[in-house]
Design a protein around this ligand. Structure first.
Ligand SMILES: Nc1ncnc2c1ncn2[C@@H]1O[C@H](COP(=O)(O)OP(=O)(O)O)[C@@H](O)[C@H]1O
Ligand SMILES: [Mg+2]
Length: 322
């Protein structure tokens, strides 16, 4: 136990060490992807550690889907490096990614709505019993296992016989998460799992994201909602127009800062300026720029206070007399 850090590893020790938990399972280094001459992603660094939730945020078209398509084996990167367990890889198909423990839950879940929950849980990987010529589905064991696994994740469904299509969107996401955990995923990629959900269901999904992390999985949580991200995230990467605009550990960023990055403070300011020139818009009532006093009005974007502005005259507020 040395007291001072004067050893040979000075450089290492001066590192702020925000995330010093060892080797990531999945890592991108300066990775990018071009579709023909459309450069969808460029120079992206990302590390996914076991037991950590890495949030990837960004507006539409920012490159989030492209990023996860590379990691999940749907597309190949055209620049930089993609490593799994420290080893450079290039997946040909999603099956290659799965074989390395990388499972993706897509927004439009690949389930068969009319089949029972337990059947969907084992879809494509059914349990069988009996010797070869007369092998058949081991229904009892599948039902029991699905039930156990869902309970282990804290997911309680009344009846695993009900068609999965009768579950809510949030519940289906949860079944998909439990399924990935059961089939040995080490990395779980969730593409906007809360995008189409209400507040309550989103909360349920976030709970299972946290449960997957507790199980030691590395989670990549794609979202454009900074509030959802901040509830469960350990690391935040914000994409903008295909490049990494921000990469910060939780300890280094507040929800307000993250929200400002997402809201595009500079763009809002520019828009405000333009609206002011058009006239007829009460610029003072628009959302404040990043440095606004924290306790201000959260977001009442649409509703201009009707009472204290005549608003009929365009640009002349001064002499508005009836
Ligand atoms: N298959 C494709 N061919 C050409 N351009 C694509 C393709 N997929 C995505 N893009 C482009 O790449 C950019 C990033 O898209 P995407 O990764 O889907 O963003 P996000 O998921 O953040 O909305 C966009 O400009 C999009 O038009
Ligand atoms: Mg997308």
């Amino acid at each position: 136990m040395t007291s001072k850090t004067t050893g040979t590893h000075g450089a290492v020790l001066t590192d702020p060490a925000p995330e010093r938990e060892g080797r990531p399972i999945v890592e991108l280094r300066g990775a990018g992807k071009a579709y023909g001459n459309v450069r969808a992603l460029h120079g992206v660094d990302l590390a996914v550690h076991p037991g950590r939730v890495t949030c990837v945020l960004g507006d539409n078209g920012a490159g989030k889907s492209t990023l996860i398509k590379i990691i999940s084996g749907l597309h190949q990167h055209t620049e930089g490096d993609f490593l799994v367990d420290g080893e450079p890889v290039r997946f040909g198909t999603p099956r290659d990614a799965l074989a390395r423990g990388i499972a993706t839950v897509y927004q439009d879940l690949a389930t068969i709505p009319l089949m029972p929950v337990w059947r969907n849980f084992f879809l494509g990987s059914e349990m069988t019993k009996g010797p070869w010529p007369v092998r058949r589905l081991d229904i009892a064991r599948m039902k029991r296992t699905a039930d156990e696994e869902l309970r282990n994740m804290g997911i309680v469904l009344d009846d695993l016989e009900q068609p999965i299509g009768t579950l809510s969107g949030g519940q289906r996401q949860c079944v998909a998460i439990a399924r990935a955990v059961y089939f040995g995923a080490r990395v779980l990629i969730l593409d906007e799992p809360t995008a189409a959900l209400g507040v309550k269901q989103s909360g349920v999904v976030l709970k299972y994201i946290a449960a997957a992390r507790e199980r030691g999985l590395g989670v990549i949580f794609i979202t454009h909602n900074p509030h959802h991200a901040y509830l469960v995230g350990d690391h935040f990467s914000v994409l903008r127009l295909g490049t990494l605009e921000l990469s910060a550990a939780r300890a280094d960023i507040t929800l307000e800062e993250l929200t400002n990055h997402m809201a595009g403070g500079a763009e809002l300011a520019a828009l405000k300026h333009e609206l002011a020139q058009v006239g007829g818009v009460d610029v003072a009532a628009l959302p404040k720029e990043p440095e606004a006093p924290a306790a201000g009005v959260p977001d009442q974007a649409g509703d201009t206070p009707a009472s204290d502005a005549p608003a009929s005259d365009t640009a002349a507020p001064a002499e508005g007399k009836a």
